[in-house]
Ligand binder design. Structure first.
Ligand SMILES: Nc1ncnc2c1ncn2[C@@H]1O[C@H](COP(=O)(O)OP(=O)(O)O)[C@@H](O)[C@H]1O
Ligand SMILES: [Mg+2]
Length: 359
């Protein structure tokens, strides 16, 4: 009691400058810059030793919120005279300038979900990623660019004959995610034969002729493999980064190596690898070894779980149908890791953070 009074008597007047100074010692663990330099602090208020401020994250799906909160609180509490710290949260997803430069669309980031081969759960990952990001509060679109097997609508339980408004195709909305799929435009029995130029223009139309909202993330389910179609697609759309899906089996892992090389060649940053159907049957750890060898992060290990399959079959993704299951939790956590990686690669292109400062 005596001490606090003494401090209150002038030795320690809490000012906004002191608060900002304290917060300039707190680093955003993934962006390797402090909260003040990153302009993440706003609305500082000081009243009678009670300090309030808002931390503006680079994604509402920030996996490190707890750590940032603890460190910011500790830093400000250490200022003499501070009795209490109240932190509020906000998020502002940075815009990937490479996208804005090439498209006249309000898309902040595009995330390609790719795999070296089919059947590894690429669409399952894309769908749950999109829904989990939307659940966290982000504005999300999902573009089904798997022209060979456009099954995003089934996994989301949407049937949609897209209306046209102001010369643009209106996407469906499922679980808060705007969705566009080739399956909305063709009859199921209609065979699709694609040639390079057609593919290129079809996918460009999926961007420019669709009335996408103001999106933080557009998730794109690419066709499996690393052939011409994948190359064409990956070149037709400016991509912030690619997420590679694999299973633990050796063959699947080898295919991922090819995919990593393809994206490297295209100068599309590989966000990381997700090992799906991780567990007893196929083993575990292959994704981790691969990630280490290629120096890319492992962003999730999703267990083999019948609830994932039934979620896909019934049109209720497991992050909605069974969010507390091990698979549901692993997918939600994966979405956060992916969002954090997008922030890192997007900000590495921007002026605020020189590339060399990123780890
Ligand atoms: N973690 C998982 N556990 C159980 N089944 C899964 C899992 N991931 C995907 N599946 C199932 O495997 C099948 C193939 O998945 P899908 O996402 O369509 O693969 P891809 O898009 O790579 O061809 C689907 O029936 C899906 O429900
Ligand atoms: Mg698929």
């Amino acid at each position: 009691m005596f001490r606090r009074q003494q401090e209150g008597d002038g030795r320690a007047v809490v000012t906004e400058d002191r608060v900002m100074q304290a917060l300039s010692k707190v680093y955003e663990p993934e962006l390797h810059r402090d909260l003040v330099t990153l302009k993440m602090i706003k609305d500082v208020s000081i009243e009678d030793g009670v300090v309030g401020f808002t931390i503006v994250l680079t994604t509402p799906a920030c996996p490190l919120r707890g750590r940032i909160e603890a460190e910011a609180r500790q830093a400000v509490m250490a200022i003499p005279g501070v009795k209490q710290v109240n932190i509020k949260w906000d998020a502002s997803v940075p815009t990937d300038n490479r996208i804005m430069g090439r498209l006249a669309l309000p898309l902040r980031n595009t995330i390609a979900v790719a795999s070296g081969k089919g059947g590894v759960g690429k669409t399952t990952i894309a769908v749950n990623l999109a829904v989990a990001l939307a659940q966290s509060g982000a504005k999300v679109g999902l573009m089904d660019a798997d022209i060979y097997g456009p099954n995003v609508p089934i996994m989301l339980g949407v049937e949609w004959r897209p209306p046209v408004k102001d010369n643009k195709i209106v996407p469906a909305v499922a679980y808060g995610v705007e969705v566009m799929s080739m399956a909305f435009l063709v009859r199921p029995e209609q065979p699709l034969i694609w040639r390079g130029p057609m593919l290129h223009s079809a996918i460009r139309q999926f961007l420019s002729d669709v009335a996408w909202g103001d999106l933080d993330y557009l998730v794109i389910d690419l066709p499996p493999g690393t052939g011409d179609a994948q190359l064409t697609l990956a070149q037709s759309v400016p991509l912030s980064g690619a997420l590679l899906v694999t299973t633990p089996q050796q063959v699947a892992l080898l295919d991922v190596v090819k995919a990593v090389e393809m994206f490297n060649q295209l100068q599309v940053p590989v966000l990381g690898i997700v090992e799906n159907m991780s567990g007893d049957v196929f083993g575990q750890g292959g994704g981790r070894r691969l990630a280490e060898r290629y120096g890319v992060p492992l962003l999730g290990e999703i267990p083999l779980d019948a609830q994932v399959r039934s979620g896909g079959d019934s049109g209720r993704p497991v992050v909605v149908a069974a969010p507390d299951s091990a698979a549901g939790k692993a997918l939600a956590q994966m979405a956060k890791e992916v969002a954090a990686r997008v922030s890192v690669v997007t900000l590495s292109q921007a002026d605020v953070i020189p590339l060399t400062t990123l780890g």
